[in-house]
Write a protein that binds this ligand. Structure first.
Ligand SMILES: Nc1ncnc2c1ncn2[C@@H]1O[C@H](COP(=O)(O)OP(=O)(O)OP(=O)(O)O)[C@@H](O)[C@H]1O
Ligand SMILES: [Mg+2]
Length: 287
């Protein structure tokens, strides 16, 4: 496989706290990769290390053949980043923000307008081009940030929690846009708390906990690992129990045998179940 990102044994410490603890991971060219984990697991720190915003304490990261410690400028040219908290100039219009970024990124003057126009059309922002960024909803602000990060035509796009705070419609539209960018050749690395997001768009998922990678697979394989079907049931005490089965027949048989004292739901296993099974943690920390 052609790996566009190679991460070898990376470590990042803050004082005596190890935020990223010996993480190794390869990302294939053309993948949509989802990085999942609870608050404080080390997702943003890993993204900051990969995008040269933070320095490694140990290990090595290679971005499209460029070791980021030896050749950060070349590595940086290959990547675009949309941070967890989008940083745009709220006092400028959408178009002015894009122009500002284009100048900042040293896009040649002759190309700036053309590139911005292409991207405005690409993300369907035309009707908002003269709006003040401040007046846009979260979903449209994200699109402005996406344009700003794509101006230099990066091969890899990092999105740190792209859909937090967006409504379902805006979230689905952003998923479609991410899939479109990926289809057009961009490798995507996104972090998320939303398991359904990973299931909807990611080819592979890595689960990180306490700075360590604890699972790595396709959403489907992760589901199959614990069993394709889930039975969720609770009795009078209201405490929900979960059991997992390879097929619907086994799940139905178990549900039937529980009798009438329980409220029972039979459904497909989701990544949330996987997370809980793998980490032994309640999902409360993941939301
Ligand atoms: N600049 C910093 N200084 C000190 N500690 C930090 C710093 N940045 C992150 N940390 C710590 O490193 C750990 C990992 O943080 P990180 O932001 O990477 O988590 P995350 O997985 O992105 O969490 P979230 O889901 O809340 O965004 C946390 O314990 C955090 O407090
Ligand atoms: Mg984060």
């Amino acid at each position: 496989m052609d790996n566009i990102i190679v991460i070898e044994n990376i470590v990042k410490r803050f004082g005596d706290h190890t935020a990223v603890d010996g993480l190794s991971l390869d990302i294939g060219r053309g993948e949509i990769f989802g990085f999942l984990g609870p608050n404080g697991a080390g997702k943003t720190t890993t993204v900051r290390l990969m995008t040269t915003l933070a320095n490694l304490d140990e290990g090595r990261i290679v971005i499209d053949g460029h070791d980021i410690s030896k050749d950060p400028i070349k590595a940086k040219r290959c990547l675009g980043l949309i941070q967890q908290n989008v940083s745009l100039d709220k006092e400028l219009t959408v178009y002015e923000n894009m122009m500002h970024h284009a100048m900042f990124q040293k896009i040649p003057k002759a190309e700036r307008r053309k590139r911005i126009e292409e991207l405005i059309e690409y993300v369907e922002l035309d009707r908002y081009r003269d709006y003040m960024v401040n007046s846009l909803s979260g979903g449209w602000k994200k699109r402005v940030a996406i344009v700003c990060s794509l101006l230099h035509n990066p091969k890899i796009l990092f999105l740190d929690e792209p859909t937090v705070g967006l409504d379902i419609d805006a979230r689905r539209k952003l998923w479609d846009l991410i899939k479109k960018m990926n289809k057009d050749g961009t490798t995507v690395f996104l972090t998320t708390h939303y398991i359904e997001e990973a299931e909807a768009i990611c080819d592979r998922v890595g689960i990180i906990d306490n700075g360590r990678l604890i699972a790595l697979d396709s959403p489907k394989e992760l589901r199959n690992r614990i069993g394709r079907m889930a039975v969720e049931y609770y009795g009078e005490d209201g405490k929900t129990e979960y059991r997992y089965f390879p097929g619907r027949q086994e799940a139905n048989d178990f549900a039937t045998n529980l009798g009438n004292d329980y409220t029972v739901i039979v459904r497909r296993t989701n990544l949330e179940d996987c997370f809980v099974e793998i980490t032994g943690k309640k999902v409360g920390g993941l939301r």
